[in-house]
Write a protein that binds this ligand. Structure first.
Ligand code: ZN
Length: 171
C-alpha cells in the first residue's frame, strides 16, 4: 500500500483525521514540515502543546480561558446579573466581538440534539442551574443558535428555569 516510513505515515494519518483535511492535504503538509528546519516545524507541535496544557474551561461560565475565572467573569465593569447563554466558546467570541452585550455568559458546550446523541446531561446545564440558584442573576438571555436544535435547547432551559428559578427573567 504505502511505502512511507512509520513516523511519516503516523503524522499524515493524524493530520488527515483533522476536520477539512483529506489525505492529499495531509501529505502536502507533511512534506512541507519535512522541508522546514526543525525549529520552524516544532512551532506547530509547541502551539498544540500550549493550547492543550494552558487552555481550560472557566469554572464559572465554561468559556475557554488561560486563567480561572476567565477575563469576562472577572471583569468588574460587567453586569453579573445578566447572563447570555450560548452553545460554544466561538459563539461567545462572535457575540462579544460585537461589543453590545455588557453582561456575562454561560457556555453550554453543545446543544440538545437527540439525533446526534447529545442530551441535557452532556451540557453544562447543571452548572447553569447552580449559578442561577446562587441568587445574583436576575435575567437570562437565550443566545442559542436559531436552528431546530438550538431552539429546542433554549425551550428546555427556559422550562427548567421557570420550574426551578422562577425569580429569573428569561428573554
Ligand atoms: Zn468565565
Amino acid at each position: 500500500m504505502s511505502s512511507y516510513t512509520q513516523s511519516i505515515q503516523t503524522l499524515m494519518n493524524q493530520l488527515a483525521s483533522l476536520p477539512g483535511i483529506g489525505m492529499r492535504s495531509a501529505e502536502r503538509i507533511t512534506f512541507h514540515l519535512l522541508k522546514q528546519n526543525p525549529a520552524e516545524a516544532m512551532k506547530l507541535a509547541d502551539a498544540i502543546r500550549d493550547v492543550k496544557t494552558r487552555i481550560k474551561h472557566c469554572s464559572v461560565c465554561y468559556n475557554l480561558t488561560e486563567q480561572d475565572p476567565c477575563l469576562i467573569c472577572a471583569d468588574p465593569s460587567r453586569d453579573q446579573s445578566v447572563v447570555c447563554i450560548v452553545e460554544q466558546p466561538k459563539d461567545l467570541l462572535a457575540l462579544d466581538a460585537a461589543g453590545l452585550f455588557r453582561g456575562v455568559y454561560h457556555v453550554l458546550l453543545g446543544r440538545i440534539a437527540p439525533l446526534e446523541e447529545s442530551h441535557p446531561g452532556d451540557l453544562t446545564i447543571d452548572a447553569l442551574m447552580k449559578r442561577l440558584a446562587g441568587g445574583t442573576i436576575r435575567e437570562v438571555i437565550m443566545g442559542t443558535n436559531p436552528t431546530v436544535d438550538g431552539d429546542g435547547t433554549a425551550l428546555y432551559i427556559q422550562n427548567l428555569i421557570a420550574a426551578q428559578c422562577p425569580q429569573v427573567q428569561v428573554t
